[in-house]
Ligand binder design. Structure first.
Ligand code: SAM
Length: 300
């Protein structure tokens, strides 16, 4: 159990982190590169958009960041509310919404999903893209989402569920030796963050209670805090309609390896095919999960 004072200090740090995090040319991320994003995540993202639109117009997005998904949904005629912890991110998302040419721009609100009270039966659909693995009290949030959905409403999730220790070690080692945008000198300094990179959800939760603080990302204490429990928490509260894991390994290296820009798409397609092969062969499950779930009261 975390004391309220400690929680306030940690969540303030988390909020600051998300407000400051931006593009780092030395550490490019998949979600900053539309071509790579489409190759690795496009199929699941397309499913999420299609299911959200067919669920009904009132949509809530959890951890809406700078508003990309909310705007895509608004562009398809949906009435979207986005909630995010970071005031800075909400400001940027609102500015983006104000200058977008959509009929009904999304509304963006600052809120902490660990403590938020959601309105009753207010939404046809709740979506979460890459945000649930940062939520400390995921059981509580699931109960709030269930309450906020109309009977039969959808809860759609695309999220990170962890790579496991062996794959993380291998990914870390390959990142260390391959030519990346980050120079070798700086990569060597990252060894201090290895414990946090490798830590499981249990180790991170133990670290929050006071010991082994090396398992925590210092600037983002709730990073990956629920990576291991997303699937079980959703299954506990909702009726799961679709569940698939994807991108077990190579997604991690694809944006970071240095090469001429014109080679990137072909390189990414090869790596994505290798990721698919790992899944099909049953060697490992994906590091990401796509879940389409329903509020259970209307199961036919
Ligand atoms: C990896 S980003 C994903 C953002 C967005 N969904 C996207 O895909 O671009 C995670 C987001 O979750 C938000 N977040 C983290 N903890 C949160 C909390 N306790 N309550 C609300 N939002 C939170 C962060 O501020 C950040 O915008």
């Amino acid at each position: 159990m975390i004391e309220p004072r400690q929680y306030h200090e940690l969540i303030a740090r988390e909020s600051l982190h998300w407000g400051e995090v931006g593009r780092d040319p030395e550490n490019p991320q998949m979600w900053h590169d539309p071509v790579l994003f489409r190759i690795f995540f496009g199929k699941e993202y397309g499913r999420l958009l299609a299911r959200a639109v067919s669920s009904g117009p009132r949509i809530l997005e959890l951890g809406s960041g700078e508003g990309h998904l909310a705007l895509e949904l608004a562009d398809r005629g949906m009435q979207v509310t986005g909630i995010d912890l970071s005031t800075e991110r909400i400001k940027r998302a609102s500015a983006r919404a104000n200058s977008a040419h959509v009929g009904s721009p999304p509304t963006f609100l600052v809120g902490d999903l660990n403590t938020i009270e959601l309105p009753v039966a207010a939404y046809d659909c709740v979506v979460a893209h890459d945000s649930l693995h940062h939520i400390l009290h995921l059981d509580r949030l699931c109960a709030e989402v269930e309450k906020s959905l109309r009977p039969g409403g959808s809860f759609l999730i695309m999220d990170y569920i962890g790579m496991g220790r062996v794959r993380k070690l291998l990914a870390g080692a390959l990142y260390g030796v391959l030519p990346t945008y980050q120079p070798y000198r700086k990569k060597w300094k990252l060894r201090k963050r290895l414990a946090a990179f490798l830590a499981t959800e249990d180790q991170k939760r133990t670290a929050l209670r006071g010991s082994h603080s090396g398992a925590l990302h210092q600037d983002s204490p709730f990073e990956e805090i629920s990576q291991g429990s997303i699937v079980t928490e959703i299954q506990r509260t909702f009726h799961v309609v679709e569940l698939e894991t994807y991108c077990p390994f190579w997604f991690y290296l694809a944006p970071k390896v240095r090469m001429p820009a014109s080679w990137k798409p072909s390189f990414a397609r090869i790596l994505h095919a290798m990721d698919d092969l790992i899944i099909k062969s049953g060697l490992a499950k994906g590091a990401y999960v796509w879940i389409a779930a329903r509020k259970p009261s209307m199961i036919s």
